[in-house]
Design a protein around this ligand. Structure first.
Ligand SMILES: [Zn+2]
Length: 390
């Protein structure tokens, strides 16, 4: 019988808040000091896990609430949720939690504050990247992993400088500062492998000088597979196209990018941290476009299937799927007229304030059950990374 390792970790929040994580003693000069609510997480944290993951994969469906997953699941199963053919998060993920997404200054978060909460454990103000509400830069999960000699990766279907990926390597007052976010990527140098759009926001000459292999186009994914540090752009346009408009003409781009990154991540004996984002689920919600939404959810689901398949082969890998917020205020009102999918009713062109689901699989997944603030996702993953050092 295998010896089951039970580890109890008790982390005092005083250690985690205020003293532990700021990158610098004083914020950048350009940052406006603002007075905002500061979020105090529950104390103390007590994590009990049977097995510590070496590799951690955080998958974010931007704007994917329970209604988005339910609509896609109903479309796949034709309304029979008991079918084994449902959305992968409902069929294969044993742990389910709820994440409350409010930012420091708004009931309705944007992707900058939403991703910053998950990447740094700080409730930020809408529009900010990698900063606490009072504009102090805090270390991100990718930076912490990098400092601990783990490999780090990012795969997205938007610009790499867009709010969600940016929150894992950049520290900026405004998510609109795409060029500065591109500079932060180089300055921090905490991401080993990145794939997505936004080539024009990067100094590609400087990237090469810094030791990154650079590629553009899908063929580069295979051609540069052996390069440990690489940045691959989808094409020369700002954002990759929609799934239904060519992004997946040669098979799912996000699935291929994720597969390629994880193959590199799994080679590091110290472990890894990867963030994968289904970025355009959010854009479909803003457009109130159910066809666009279902295509992006399908692409996201297929990507998660591939990640889970690889994680199962690897054994020591935790997969967490969540969202930064819901988009569109989606409700499912019966079945649409052609009988192929639920009738989707959007109540907004913006984000909503409803909690979003968290699905977890693998070693350490048990601590993701229950309901909590989005910032707890950071503390749970950071806690698991600390355990994996011992
Ligand atoms: Zn959005």
């Amino acid at each position: 019988m295998k010896c089951v390792l039970v580890i109890l970790i008790l982390i005092e929040s005083t250690l985690l808040i205020g003293q532990d994580l700021p990158l610098s003693a004083s914020p950048k000069k350009s940052i406006n000091q603002t007075k905002s609510d500061s979020y105090t997480p529950p104390s103390p944290r007590r994590f009990v896990v049977k097995k510590v993951p070496k590799h951690i994969i955080l998958i974010i469906g931007d704007g994917s609430g329970l209604a988005q997953w339910s609509a896609y699941d109903a479309k796949r199963t034709q309304g029979d949720h008991t079918s084994a053919n449902g959305a992968i998060v409902f069929t294969d993920f044993p742990v389910f939690g709820l994440s409350f997404t409010q930012s420091a200054n708004s009931f309705i978060t944007d992707s900058g504050a939403g991703a910053t909460a998950m990447s740094t454990g700080q409730k930020s103000q809408n529009g900010m990247i990698g900063l606490s509400a009072d504009s102090t830069p805090f270390k991100t999960l990718s930076e912490i992993a990098h400092l601990n000699n783990k490999s780090t990766g990012i795969a997205v279907t938007c610009e790499l400088t867009h709010a969600t990926p940016a929150a894992f390597f950049a520290h900026q007052v405004s998510r609109e500062s795409m060029l500065e976010i591109g500079e932060d990527f180089l300055k921090g140098s905490c991401i080993d492998v990145a794939m997505g759009g936004g080539k024009q926001y990067f100094d590609t000459v400087a990237l090469v000088k810094a030791g990154y292999a650079l590629g553009t186009g899908e063929k580069a994914i295979v051609a540069l597979q052996d390069q440990k540090r690489r940045v691959l752009f989808y094409d020369n346009q700002p954002a990759p196209p929609k799934a239904q408009e060519g992004r997946n003409s040669m098979g799912s781009y996000l699935e291929k990018a994720s597969n390629s990154i994880l193959r590199t991540m799994f080679q590091n004996p110290n472990g890894s941290f990867t963030m994968i984002e289904g970025s355009q689920i959010d854009w479909a919600g803003h457009d109130n476009d159910s066809v666009y939404l279902m295509a992006e959810m399908e692409d996201f689901d297929y990507t998660i299937r591939e990640v889970l398949k690889m994680a199962k082969q690897q054994q020591n890998t935790l997969v967490v799927v969540s969202a930064d917020h819901e988009t569109g205020g989606l409700s499912l009102l019966g079945w649409d007229n052609d009988g192929k999918q639920p009738a989707m009713n959007f109540s907004s062109h913006h984000h909503s304030g409803i909690p979003v689901p968290v699905f977890a699989w693998g070693p350490g997944s048990e601590i993701f059950g229950g309901s909590y603030q989005n910032t707890e996702i950071f503390y749970k993953i950071k806690g698991l990374m600390e355990l994996s050092k011992h």
